[in-house]
Ligand binder design. Structure first.
Ligand SMILES: *Cc1c(COP(=O)(O)O)cnc(C)c1O
Ligand SMILES: [Zn+2]
Length: 457
């Protein structure tokens, strides 16, 4: 047992090596598996009840109380206030949505959308970046880097600009939605467009980080996940601390789902909740590694003794078969999810399930979220499409309370949205399918009679 109140620990039960909170590792220095941030709660101040956090609302003049992440700082207490980097992230919204609820097939009042697009850079990634940048400041990092399908780079570039650090982002050439690329450039990141997909960028950024001493901000960084735990705290808060029946989240690199599982595991351990919601992680059909690992290969967490070799075998099989991920939901176009093992733990803690949905289902669900008055980017709508699938299957009860996480803002990927509504997708991004809720723009002559006819007299 590490004598410190907070330390890092290898997640594989056969290893369990520990290191200090101020060490910088992207993997266990002993066995190469993922690291966790671990708290010895007996040595840390923890509130008696979750409802006690509500008092922080009155202190909103303090940026740490204003932040929807640091408001819960006792539950991610790995650095002191001086290190904490915040941009007021986490001012997000949990809202019931009757229209999307009907689409999903739930009884009235059962469906809630947690809209993380309201974060400063427009996606949930800010929850993680505020935490990882705080760790970067703790260890004195000056240059930070990540590989990204888009939102991680946007968020990293924003926080680096705010914190006065230099940012370097690795993106797959032509694989990043325009809104996200625009952000990385605007926030001043050195933007490297690598001829390859996300998984290639991930490999390269790890090598470059090692050689150049860059601080790596991908979700292999365990501190990011600490920040992302607070998405669940805000969901609970908005539901008056009553856990919903289901949390449904899109799965890419599986950082979010992993963080959610960790949050619920810790809250249960602390006695701050008595019931853990079930978790559904939704892959895109064109990037369905987790679905395959869990549902076909029956991979399980197994008390931390998960089968490492099975993961390596799947990666090798992808190599041999030249299998590449392909989905319109670019944020989850990932074939080798770095947090797969942690996600297995989350599925175990939350009695979770995994499904994959087609691009056509994703875009239909996205159009429903827009038409029902909120909007999101394609990957986010996988949660809604997945919930609908699970209700159809009878896995989710019609009278359940279900929270779908909308991970990113509607304006992140305008090409996909316009492609869906007009039927003219960008080259290489075509989606086959009925486009059930397409809202075609109408061409009208510059003539008032024609315009009035088009509007409907
Ligand atoms: C990053 C991202 C995801 C995937 O989240 P993971 O934690 O990598 O599973 C989903 N949706 C959006 C909008 C994202 O930016
Ligand atoms: Zn280890």
């Amino acid at each position: 047992m590490n004598p410190n109140a907070v330390y890092q620990k290898c997640i594989h039960a056969d290893c369990g090596a520990t290191c200090d909170v101020g060490d910088v590792h992207v993997a266990c220095p002993v066995c190469g598996e993922l690291l966790d941030v671990v708290y010895d709660w007996s040595k840390l101040p923890v509130p008696a009840r979750l409802a006690d956090f509500a008092a922080r609302w009155a202190g909103r003049a303090n940026p740490l109380d204003f932040s929807g992440v640091w408001r819960f700082r006792e539950l991610l207490n790995f650095c002191d206030d001086r290190c904490r980097v915040t941009l007021g992230e986490g001012q997000t919204l949990l809202t019931p949505n009757a229209g999307v609820g009907r689409y999903v097939g739930l009884k009235d009042g059962g469906l809630f959308l947690q809209y993380e697009g309201l974060n400063p850079s427009g996606s949930f990634k800010d929850n993680g970046m505020t935490a990882a940048f705080s760790h970067a400041r703790l260890v004195g990092a000056r240059r930070v880097a990540c590989a990204s399908t888009g939102n991680t780079s946007a968020s990293l570039a924003l926080y680096a600009a705010h914190a006065g650090m230099q940012s370097i982002v690795f993106v797959g050439s032509g694989r990043i939605a325009f809104g996200k690329l625009a952000q990385a450039l605007d926030y001043g990141a050195l933007t490297l467009q690598i001829a390859g997909d996300f998984d290639a960028c991930m490999r390269r950024v790890k090598e470059a980080a090692k050689r150049l001493g860059l601080y790596l901000m991908n979700s292999v960084n365990p501190f990011r996940l600490e920040g992302q735990k607070t998405i669940m705290l805000r969901v609970l808060e908005a539901l008056a601390w009553q856990a919903p029946d289901w949390i449904v989240v899109p799965g890419g690199n599986l950082g979010n789902s992993s963080a959610f599982g960790k949050a619920f595991g810790e809250l249960k351990e602390l006695g701050l909740i008595d019931r853990v919601p079930r978790l559904a992680v939704i892959n895109a059909a064109g990037a369905d590694t987790l679905d395959r690992l869990v549902n076909q290969k029956k991979l399980r967490w197994n008390g931390g003794q998960y089968d490492k070799a099975a993961l390596a075998e799947d990666w090798a099989w992808q190599d041999r078969t030249h299998r590449l991920p392909h989905t319109i939901a670019s944020a989850i176009e990932i074939a080798r999810p770095v947090n797969a093992a942690k996600c297995l733990r989350a599925l175990s803690i939350c009695d979770g399930v995994v499904r994959s949905v087609s691009d056509a289902e994703i875009l239909d669900a996205k159009a429903q979220v827009g038409r029902c008055g909120l909007g999101c980017e394609p990957a986010s709508a996988a949660s809604v499409a997945g919930a609908r699938r699970l209700v159809e299957e009878g896995v989710i009860d019609r009278d359940a309370r279900v929270v779908c996480i909308l991970t990113g803002h509607a304006l992140k990927d305008p090409d996909a949205t316009v492609g869906y509504h007009t039927g003219r997708f960008a080259p290489g991004k075509e989606v086959e399918g009925p486009r059930n809720f397409a809202n075609l723009p109408v061409q009208v002559d510059d003539d008032i009679d024609a315009i009035c006819r088009a509007v409907g007299e």
